[in-house]
Design a protein. Structure first.
Length: 658
């Protein structure tokens, strides 16, 4: 019955959200990218009365553009819906029209909810009483970590949270721009001649010289009176509360221990240790600490089922359901309905009725999206996969094929991507994708191919045969009759850039290759710090994480560079640059975790051979270019460069013919 009522509701809403007529259609642009809105966290109170959600405002409305990795905070504005009287959602925080406020969690009975607000360099805790919408702000900076729980409720009036040092933003909210604050002070000190500007880090017997991050406090806050009860201070990473709300479990934040290789040569990485503390509520109402109160057993690493049934739970947001809930009169769904042009509706679906609570991305109304075609084909090993072909908007793709010249094709590879029977959501009109955006490419007259690329077995003597995987998908695309096999482009981002550079050493089938934010020398990656860890090593060095990435992560080398140097040479495009004959455009940034030096080295290897290459360096940017001016510039340069590579009458001729 539940499935039937949900499907009926979906059908009803789908009719209401039918795509706009073709007469109003327009092409997608970079301006539309920055106008894109989204939905963040969607939560239902335990009693089923309240739905709250984070509306992600347009990218263009962010207060700053040098924190793209934390756009979730910069764009967020929370709203609430009272399901006793369902209707259009109201702002959760009355009078607060600026984005920058996120949701933490409901109180146990759902009468209050904790929020965090960013204003300039101040991160502040607030508590909203849902019945009257009143918000109380506290002189307290709660910890924020997208990967850890740092706040929990003890009762309707009290919560426990990890508190940052006064006046300091949580590390996740200053990571991308901490260098802009610290480097000028270091440069000024050098100009004056004092003080010393050294950063010291150590390992082994000298590990202690690496500074520790500032201690954080664990406090219990009475949200009614504002009174704070400090419990402890130290390197606190996470806090949890037991179901009876009489015990607080605190997990330490520690620098990871170095991993070791076992006799079989496999890397052993610690994922947990016994660093934890516990506080219990005594009969007098005081929180008491326990010296040795818990231990983590290794067991077998499998998750334990602790709640066979919950009255309400958040589901992983897929194409439709954002959350489910339960009230005294039955269950309900909170559903996202998305139109082809990117306009979305958030609705509560209950007893075959739909209550619309929010509409977003109405500025995208009328955009003509790419036509998507599934390509089912065989891989070189015989496996059957589905790749996706994106074509410029229009009705001509449903007509019989003609002998007209085909379209230039941009292939967007990413090893490990294996697609299903629906187009990938991260290339939809409303995805807000800043790099290798298929919608922007088709709007300029290019076809786009997203090839399925199952992970390959490592060879110690030659690189992964990405070229063969991509060729299988290209052949399927060419077989449609829509593609010109002589006008092929390859654009890879991040690990996809590594794949694109490898392919450049394996074939000259492509007319042009773009590699953005890539790794080109696997052997040097474990020894390169990130821009933020270089200036603030006390927040954690990426040495172990990089080593894991290179051995058992995407790099999949199985060993470290000094254990088998030849393997790294064979699998690094830099050392195969002599084989590259295709023009290459590389895009890099100085704040990227993929080191700028890697792109500089790859470009230099081509330049010393006088091969056709360009390197674009965007200053102040990270792993994805995010400043509006820089995004406009990047796509403008990409399209101009492709025109040059194709020559007169290339891709632009196709675009004009549409």
């Amino acid at each position: 019955m539940r499935k039937q009522h949900f499907l009926a509701a979906v059908g009803m809403v789908s009719l209401a959200l039918a795509a706009p007529g073709s007469l109003d259609a327009r092409a997608y642009s970079v301006r539309d990218l920055f106008a894109t809105e989204g939905l963040g966290k969607v939560m239902v109170s335990h009693d089923g009365r309240w739905v709250v959600f984070e509306r992600q405002m347009a990218y263009r409305d962010m207060a700053r553009f040098d924190m793209l990795s934390e756009a979730r905070v910069l764009r967020s504005r929370p709203f609430r819906v009272d399901l006793d009287r369902p209707g259009i959602a109201e702002p959760l925080v009355a009078g607060d029209v600026l984005p920058g406020t996120i949701l933490y969690s409901f109180s146990p009975e759902g009468t209050r909810i904790a929020v965090g607000r960013l204003r300039g360099e101040i991160w502040q805790l607030g508590v909203v009483t849902l019945a009257d919408g009143m918000t109380r702000w506290f002189d307290l900076s709660p910890a924020y970590d997208p990967f850890a729980n740092t706040l929990a409720w003890l009762s309707e009036d009290r919560l426990v949270t990890v508190r940052e040092p006064r006046g300091q933003l949580p590390w996740w909210l200053r990571l991308q721009h901490e260098d802009a604050r610290l480097l000028p002070t270091h440069w000024a000190a050098v100009a004056r001649g004092a003080p010393a500007t050294v950063t010291a880090i150590g390992s082994g017997r000298f590990g202690a010289i690496t500074s520790a991050p500032p201690a954080r406090d664990l406090v219990v806050l009475d949200v009614a009176t504002g009174d704070e009860e400090p419990l402890m201070a130290g390197q606190i990473g996470e806090v949890q509360v037991t179901p009876d709300r009489r015990r607080i479990i605190v997990f330490a934040k520690r620098v990871p221990r170095p991993f070791r290789s076992n006799p079989a040569g496999k890397v052993v990485v610690p994922i947990a240790d016994r660093a934890a503390a516990l506080f219990r509520l005594d009969p007098g109402g005081r929180w008491r600490g326990c010296a040795t109160c818990m231990a983590a057993d290794a067991a077998d690493g499998r998750p334990a089922a602790t709640a066979p049934h919950l009255p309400a739970s958040i589901l992983a947001t897929g194409d439709r359901i954002a959350a489910v809930g339960h009230r005294s009169d039955g269950p309900f769904d909170v559903v996202r309905f998305t139109r082809a042009d990117g306009v979305e509706e958030l609705a509560v679906v209950k007893h075959k009725r739909r209550y619309s609570v929010a509409r977003i991305n109405e500025t995208l109304t009328g955009i003509d999206p790419a036509v998507t075609i599934p390509l089912r084909h065989r891989m070189p090993d015989g496996a059957s996969v589905t790749s996706w072909l994106y074509l410029p908007p229009g009705e001509r793709w449903t007509r019989p094929r003609t002998a007209d010249s085909g379209l230039p094709l941009v292939v967007l590879p990413y090893p490990g991507d294996v697609f299903g029977d629906t187009p990938p959501v991260d290339q939809a009109v409303n995805a807000g994708r800043f790099y290798d955006n298929a919608q922007l490419l088709v709007a300029r007259g290019y076809a786009v191919l997203l090839p399925s690329m199952p992970l390959l077995e490592l060879s110690p003597v030659h690189p992964f045969r990405f070229d063969e995987q991509i060729a299988a998908a290209i052949d399927a695309a060419v077989a449609t009759g829509y593609i010109d096999p002589e006008q092929l482009i390859l654009w890879g981002h991040s690990y996809g850039a590594y794949a694109a550079a490898i392919v450049a050493t394996q074939t000259d089938r492509f007319r042009a290759i773009i590699a953005s934010s890539g790794i080109y020398d696997l052997g040097t990656l474990p020894g390169t710090l990130t821009p933020w860890s270089r200036i603030s090593p006390e927040q954690g060095l990426p040495i172990d994480a990089r080593a894991v990435w290179i051995t058992s992560g995407q790099g999949r080398m199985d060993v470290l560079p000094w254990e088998d140097p030849a393997r790294f040479v064979a699998n690094s495009p830099l050392y195969r640059a002599g084989r590259i004959a295709t023009p290459m455009l590389m895009i890099a940034a100085d704040r990227d975790a993929a080191p700028l030096q890697q792109a500089e080295q790859m470009f230099s290897a081509l330049a010393v051979q006088d091969k056709d290459a360009q390197l674009l360096t965007y200053w102040g940017e990270g792993h994805a270019i995010g400043s509006p001016a820089n995004v406009e510039d990047m796509y403008g340069r990409i399209f101009a460069w492709l025109e040059t590579c194709f020559g007169k009458g290339g891709a632009s001729g196709v675009a004009r013919a549409r």
